[in-house]
Design a protein around this ligand. Structure first.
Ligand code: HEM
Length: 520
């Protein structure tokens, strides 16, 4: 008989086998986690860089970054919402069929036949809404804390890409149920894509330079919303855009590390109350130490001069906070999904227009501006705004206020005043256009180019531009101008969204309440 003497005793093989069975769970955990419970500074570190999912985080994180007010958890909430849409989207794909004659039926099956199908669909829809909101607020947080500045300029640009892809996902997903709402909202979207024709027609060059027609064709694959459009939207929605988002997210997170963690004020070390030295001992003091790519290349890394003195181990401080935000976001999506069902109207009918055809609420601000001036409202101004947003870090090269809420000359007071200017100008222009109409109503034969260039949307953009130029001069600061412009556009967008969502009815006419809509 063979025996095991490794522990100095004699035990038969069967006994050893049972011992192994007993020890299996503990050995499995030890083989996966290797370093046991993260109880010391050393094991807390190996917990981070020994784990494929966690090692994107730093081992230690600055106290300033851990304050709730620094980020409000919005980046993590965006990521959580994205993961919920991803998981529920994959589940929906088991049943959804991307063909016009089957799509609507498959949505009905998901709602009425597939077990928990309705909940999964609601979760997908609500998580997408939550994602749009949190991504938008996250962008605003980064802007208002001036965290886009060097060395984070490029990450801001990557963020603008994330923002655009997020909206692209929302837009392409809207067509898939193939109901009346989807069909007619996307028809309007496609007409907006075609709207540069307004300009090429006015210039008489459409016959050889039809950028609007090309855009519409690329989007729909044909003249009207049909099966080519549905398959294109499906491919974008489930494949190309999620892949694009995943690639951009990888760069985004990697850059946060490489840019030296989150932005913080220059004196954050002294302002973030540091832990006592014996709570989390650190291995050295600034400036005795420097971080650099030791002896590999010349030059400094962004972390030079930043010691670990004001930092805490990521495990547990950062991870517990992230887990809390993550769970809260999932809970919020779940709660909303149980509370309210995602809409599904009748089967799409190309012969019966939906009136009003309303896109998702976050596009209704844009739709409000597009109502009579498709090109400037739907393409011209959004393109300028997106480009302007992307260029902010390269145009504001100041350093005062980095990492602080409303940091920079003017601060909170400036933002409050800009909010008043932004809101009142959009209200005045909207009220005037609703009450008195616009150039086309006054002068029916005026050339289209005049209407295209001179409409409430362009006027509003001009007012905002002029106000922020004045702010630049008044405070002698580009950051002051940026704060003013961003706040004005934010307020303008919010007001237009509210009007588009609640006060527009059939033919996009203004109504105080849906109860006043004409009965037909
Ligand atoms: C799917 C969308 C996005 C996700 C999941 C995401 C995620 C994150 C996370 C987790 C952080 C760490 C700090 C935090 O939690 O707030 C972060 C930081 C950052 N994000 Fe995003 N983000 C997204 C979109 C954006 C957008 C739209 C912008 C701006 C246009 C942006 C710009 C930045 C910048 C500049 C930082 C560094 C901020 C700092 O140093 O304080 N991100 N992002």
């Amino acid at each position: 008989m063979k025996a095991d003497f490794s522990d100095g005793s004699f035990r038969p093989a069967l006994q050893r086998f049972f011992d192994n069975v007993k020890a299996l769970p503990a050995r499995f955990v030890a083989s996966a986690a290797r370093n046991g419970l993260p109880a010391s500074d050393r094991t807390r570190s190996t917990f981070v860089f020994g784990n494929v999912f966690l090692h994107i985080h730093p081992v230690r994180v600055h106290r300033w970054s851990l304050r709730w007010t620094t980020t409000l958890g919005l980046g993590v909430a965006s990521m959580a919402a994205f993961l919920v849409t991803l998981a529920t989207g994959v589940l929906l794909m088991f049943y959804y069929k991307p063909y016009p004659d089957a799509a609507y039926q498959s949505m009905q099956d998901i709602l009425f036949v597939v077990p928990s199908g309705r909940l999964i669909r609601n979760l997908h829809r609500w998580a997408a809404n939550v994602m749009v909101v949190t991504v938008f607020l996250h962008m605003a947080r980064v802007f208002y804390t001036a965290s886009y500045r060097s060395p984070r300029e490029f990450n801001w640009v990557v963020g603008i890409g994330l923002f655009a892809v997020t909206l692209g996902l929302a837009f392409t997903g809207y067509l898939l149920p193939w109901d009346q709402l989807a069909y007619w909202a996307i028809t309007i979207g496609a007409n907006i894509a075609q709207s540069p024709r307004e300009v090429t027609d006015a210039l008489g060059i459409t016959s050889f330079f039809d950028i609007g027609g090309l855009q519409k064709l690329l989007l729909l694959g044909s003249d009207t919303v049909g099966e080519e459009a549905l398959i294109r939207f499906y491919l974008f929605h489930v494949m190309l855009l999620p892949l694009g988002l995943a690639c951009l997210l990888a760069v985004h997170f990697w850059r946060i590390r490489k840019d030296g963690g989150l932005a913080r004020p220059a004196d954050a070390d002294s302002r973030a109350d540091c832990p006592a030295e014996d709570t989390y001992p650190v291995f050295t003091e600034v400036p005795a130490k420097t971080y650099h790519l030791a002896a590999l290349v010349r030059g400094r890394s962004p972390a030079v001069g930043r010691g670990p003195e004001a930092t805490l181990p990521s495990m547990p401080h950062l991870f517990y906070a992230e887990a809390a935000v993550f769970m809260l976001t999932v809970l919020a999506c779940l709660f909303l999904s149980l509370l309210s069902d995602a809409p599904l109207k009748e089967l799409a009918n190309p012969l019966v227009p939906e009136n009003p055809a309303k896109a998702p609420w976050y596009f209704l601000g844009l739709r409000e501006r597009v109502s009579s001036w498709a090109f400037m409202g739907g393409v011209g101004i959004p393109a300028v705004v997106l480009l302007g947003l992307a260029l902010i870090p390269y145009l504001d090269r100041e350093t005062a206020g980095t990492g602080e809420w409303f940091g920079g000359p003017g601060g909170r007071r400036l933002v409050a005043k800009a909010a008043c200017v932004g809101t009142s100008s959009v209200l005045v222009l909207e009220a005037a256009a609703i009450r008195f109409g616009w150039i086309r109503e006054w002068f029916p034969h005026v050339p289209q180019l005049v209407v295209t260039l001179l409409n409430p949307g362009t006027l509003l953009a001009l007012v905002y531009g002029a106000y922020s130029t004045w702010l630049v001069k008044r405070y002698d600061s580009t950051r002051a101008g940026a704060l003013g412009l961003f706040t004005c556009f934010l307020c303008g967008f919010a007001v237009l969204t509210v009007i588009g969502t609640f006060f527009r009815g059939p033919n996009w006419n203004f109504y105080w309440s849906p109860a006043h809509w004409p009965v037909h």
